[in-house]
Design a protein around this ligand. Structure first.
Ligand SMILES: CC(C)(COP(=O)(O)OP(=O)(O)OC[C@H]1O[C@@H](n2cnc3c(N)ncnc32)[C@H](O)[C@@H]1OP(=O)(O)O)[C@@H](O)C(=O)NCCC(=O)NCCS
Length: 198
């Protein structure tokens, strides 16, 4: 796979981050439908909600507003819609770089892609571009990523972006209600400025 090249320009609404195959732009309210539809795939949600789809009401009332306002730390942060270059059609998914919801609240990388786009290196490509911009032009000291221990695909993406295991932890039950402590076992990875991005 060719290395991601990326640039960012303009104020938030005009921000754009290009990679070899993807175009990322800030998530907008009109993206609501496809973003919610991602969460209706039980396989995609396996390591997020143990396969439970997100109810529309919860998405519309709680999740979407949070996604659309998670750039308080700066216009370059928050959620990004990703589509294939040259294909103005349906987005392949989203990425985020936003403050962690659990302490210590460092800037956290995340991603969720449509199942028919898995296995092509697209998550790695988009995530690498965000990590490179974050530690480069955006001058962040570090980027972290969290996932359930069992989410090996996500862990692999982190590794391929240069993040390294930092520690194991358990998500609070408030984030995953009705789950056992074993189910909530998670890992935190991180990359600091100066570490190599593969
Ligand atoms: C995680 C996710 C974004 C990966 O997307 P993707 O575009 O397929 O990722 P990539 O192709 O860039 O890389 C995936 C890597 O994981 C590996 N992988 C996939 N499934 C795996 C598994 N079950 N066990 C171990 N490795 C696995 C792939 O082989 C690949 O590594 P490789 O290039 O060394 O072969 C995608 O599966 C997804 O959207 N999952 C649901 C949402 C999610 O879990 N998000 C993360 C929450 S923290």
């Amino acid at each position: 796979m060719s290395k991601s090249s990326c640039y960012v320009s303009g104020e938030r609404a005009q921000f754009r981050l290009d990679t070899a195959r993807l175009v990322l732009r800030p998530l907008r309210e009109e993206d609501a439908r496809w973003v919610w539809e991602l969460d209706q795939d039980p396989e995609l949600m396996r390591h997020i909600s143990f396969g439970v789809p997100t109810p529309w009401r919860e998405f519309e009332d709680r999740l979407l507003p949070r996604m659309l306002t998670s750039h308080a730390a700066g216009p370059q942060y928050g959620f990004w819609a990703a589509r294939l270059r040259g294909d103005p059609g349906t987005a392949v998914g989203w990425f985020h770089l936003r403050p962690e919801r659990i302490p210590p609240g460092d800037m956290e990388l995340g991603y969720r892609l449509r199942r028919d786009s898995w296995g092509r290196g697209l998550a790695t490509e988009g995530a690498r571009a965000l990590v490179a911009a974050a530690l480069g032009d955006w001058e962040l000291p570090l980027v972290v990523a969290n996932t359930l221990q069992a989410n090996h695909a996500s862990r692999r993406v982190m590794e391929k972006c240069g993040l390294r295991w930092e520690r194991d932890f358990v998500y609070p039950e408030s984030l995953l209600p009705g789950t056992s402590e074993v189910q909530r076992r998670a890992v935190r990875y991180r990359i600091v400025k100066g570490d190599p991005i593969p």
